[in-house]
Design a protein around this ligand. Structure first.
Ligand SMILES: [Zn+2]
Ligand SMILES: [Zn+2]
Length: 215
């Protein structure tokens, strides 16, 4: 494992559930996908709130990092959230710590605004999770399954095991299942936690905010 990836892995492993509700938010959308805030405003708010780590995880794009200087801030971890299709279900895979200049990744990013913003359009552009995870790894990143309680399946354990077999490294365990994601929820947070423990996965968390204020 390269040094940068190992450092990030250690940071993620060091963060507790409390951190994710107080000083770390690794799931934020900016106005470069379907969020409301400019990336620079997100960073300003995070600094004011004393956050230790944040990640802007826009849908299928890293434009927030390409169009600004926010990666100069120590608290910012480069990231992205990809729409994928797996076992008949739409899933979201987060990639943390990816090299934003990596060329292999380019084919995965949305080519248009619709591919970053519009839910309906995005459903027709689903990616293969194996390819997504491989490329995240090749770009020095860590692949994490977003909001795992939202995916319809009889057995979440084997659903996730299939993804571990293709190199998924963690689960977004600390997630506020509210709004749409509160309605479309088929499993408990406890179950997600137990699966993460069982397979020794990295546990991450974030607010998935699309609004004007960070939590
Ligand atoms: Zn998501
Ligand atoms: Zn999201």
């Amino acid at each position: 494992m390269d040094k940068k990836k190992e450092d990030l892995k250690n940071i993620l492993l060091s963060l507790s559930e409390n951190d994710y509700y107080q000083n770390a938010d690794l799931h934020i959308h900016s106005n470069l996908s379907d969020g409301k805030l400019e990336p620079t405003d997100i960073v300003k708010q995070a600094v004011n709130k004393g956050k230790k780590y944040i990640a802007i995880t826009d849908h299928n794009t890293i434009e927030a990092y390409l169009s600004t200087n926010i990666l100069k801030e120590d608290i910012v971890i480069p990231a992205v959230e990809f729409d994928c299709f797996y076992k008949g279900v739409l899933i979201h895979i987060l990639g943390y710590g990816i090299d934003i200049d990596n060329k292999e990744m380019k084919s995965l990013y949305a080519k248009s605004k619709l591919g970053r913003k519009c839910n309906l359009y995005r459903i027709f552009k689903l990616r293969n999770p194996k390819e997504v995870i491989n490329k995240i790894n090749a770009a020095g990143g860590i692949a994490i399954l977003a909001h795992p309680a939202c995916y319809w399946c009889f057995n979440l354990d084997s659903f996730i095991k299939g993804l571990i077999d293709i190199n998924l490294e963690g689960l977004e365990v600390y997630y506020p299942y509210k709004g749409l994601r509160g309605i479309i929820k088929f499993h408990t947070k406890q179950k997600v936690f137990e699966i993460a423990q069982k397979y020794n996965l990295i546990k991450t968390g974030g607010s998935d905010t699309h609004g004007k204020c960070l939590l």
